[in-house]
Write a protein that binds this ligand. Structure first.
Ligand code: SF4
Length: 408
């Protein structure tokens, strides 16, 4: 048998490496809620959440998600908005949409039975090569290496790989090296151990080599003055910054809000009309133009509510917020609805929109308080953004120009 827990001397080097890693993992692994058992549903939710989020940040979202949707059947039955609402604040909302779509696939065609094996897991929406391998090894015991950025970093140092670990060729090479001593009896634990090592010991900067279970066989630790120097990191580029105008239109104590298209950046979340401020355009002029383009609405005087700043993972934005009142006869020509402030607690909204709501209500210039304040009920800043998308951010009366697309 290869690998195992004993780590006895005299075993082949490859087996001893695995044994040392597993012994360390058995002694030091964090007691995370999804590790209580090998339940495929909980493991799957955790792996999707952890795709873009660090463990400690992901934990409360995991607890909340499985409390609200305790099974794949419960998730499949839930309305889309309820799923996005629970995910709210975690960022990268495509993950929640994919979980929901996949749950419906499993509960429908799959009759509630999860796939078995890497290739089968990979057929689910949102399950890429890494998650498929992680789940297949953990839940099904398939002897495959799960290679993500954490594992690639650990392996590149362990084997002194100086190539670009973002490339598929280099990652395949590292995975092949790891596969030579992947223990066939505990492949899932081996993969989890590598991830745990990358998160807690072999960190992106300043790896804690004296505490590392594989330091004796690690080439970077033996041969480099600074093992953290690899993998080399590309120089960080400054994030783009954009300016946008947003209009909160009130009619009879309700606000006009629109739901972003289900796919794409912040897909399925609700927001106020608005868009990018063009060069040499004033914020108020942009607000009026965007409102007219998106909804056909024309309002009287606009009152400024100041500037809300928000940073996503790949850009930052200044949102110039305006408030206007529409006549009772106003009928927007775009999909959306008049939302009472108290309803916001049940609608999924992005953090930027939550800031706008808090700003307006905090300034006392908005509308009668008829419910909870989403600004107070929401968690801290988003853990991440979402990948860029070429899709329109809204279903406007007229399609917004590509230049005006700004989430909030
Ligand atoms: S010895 Fe240091 S560089 Fe090597 S794997 Fe361990 S923590 Fe990373």
């Amino acid at each position: 048998m290869r690998g195992g827990r004993s780590g006895r001397s005299g075993a082949p080097v490859s087996d001893r490496r695995a044994a040392l890693l597993l012994a360390w993992f058995d002694a030091h692994r964090r007691p995370l809620p999804w590790r209580a058992d090998l339940d495929p549903y909980r493991r799957w939710v955790a792996e999707v959440l952890l795709q873009q989020t660090r463990v400690e940040q992901a934990r409360p979202y995991f607890d909340r998600f499985v409390a609200q949707f305790p099974s794949v059947a419960a998730l499949a039955r839930a309305p889309r908005e309820a799923v996005l609402r629970v995910w709210q604040g975690a960022g990268y909302y495509a993950r929640a949409r994919h979980l929901h779509d996949a749950a419906r696939q499993v509960a429908g065609d799959g009759a509630g039975v999860f796939p078995r094996g890497r290739d089968a897991w990979a057929t689910l929406p949102g399950v890429g090569p890494y998650i498929a391998a992680a789940l297949a090894s953990q839940v099904d015991g398939e002897a495959v290496v799960a290679m993500d950025a954490n594992v690639a970093r650990v392996a590149s140092r362990w084997f002194l790989e100086t190539g670009d670990v973002r490339s598929a060729r280099v990652r395949a090479r590292l995975a092949a090296r790891l596969a030579t001593f992947l223990p066939r009896d505990r492949p899932g634990a081996f993969n989890e151990a590598l991830m745990e090592l990358g998160e807690t010991i072999c960190r992106p900067t300043a790896p804690s080599c004296p505490d590392c279970p594989v330091r004796r066989s690690c080439r970077a630790a033996r041969e480099l003055d600074d093992p953290g120097a690899i993998p080399r990191r590309p120089p960080s580029r400054p994030k783009p910054h954009v300016r946008a105008a947003v209009v909160v239109v009130e009619r009879g104590g309700r606000w006009w809000m629109q739901r972003r298209p289900d796919r794409g950046f912040l897909g399925g979340l609700w927001e106020f009309p608005g868009g990018k401020i063009e060069p040499r355009e004033s914020p108020e002029a942009a607000a009026r133009r965007e409102l007219a383009e998106e909804t056909g609405l024309r309002v009287g005087p606009l009152r400024t509510a100041g500037i809300v700043r928000h940073a996503y993972s790949h850009f930052s934005v200044d949102l110039h917020v305006f408030v206007g009142t529409a006549p009772a006869s106003a009928r927007p020509g775009s999909p959306g609805r008049w939302v009472a402030p108290g309803e916001l607690g049940s609608l999924p909204i992005a953090r930027g929109t939550g800031k706008i709501v808090s700003r307006i209500r905090g300034a006392g210039r908005a509308f009668p308080d008829s419910g909870s304040d989403p600004g107070r009920t929401r968690r801290g800043p988003p853990l991440g953004g979402e990948a860029r998308s070429g899709r329109s951010p809204r279903q406007g009366r007229r399609a917004s120009t590509a230049r005006s697309r700004v989430p909030r």
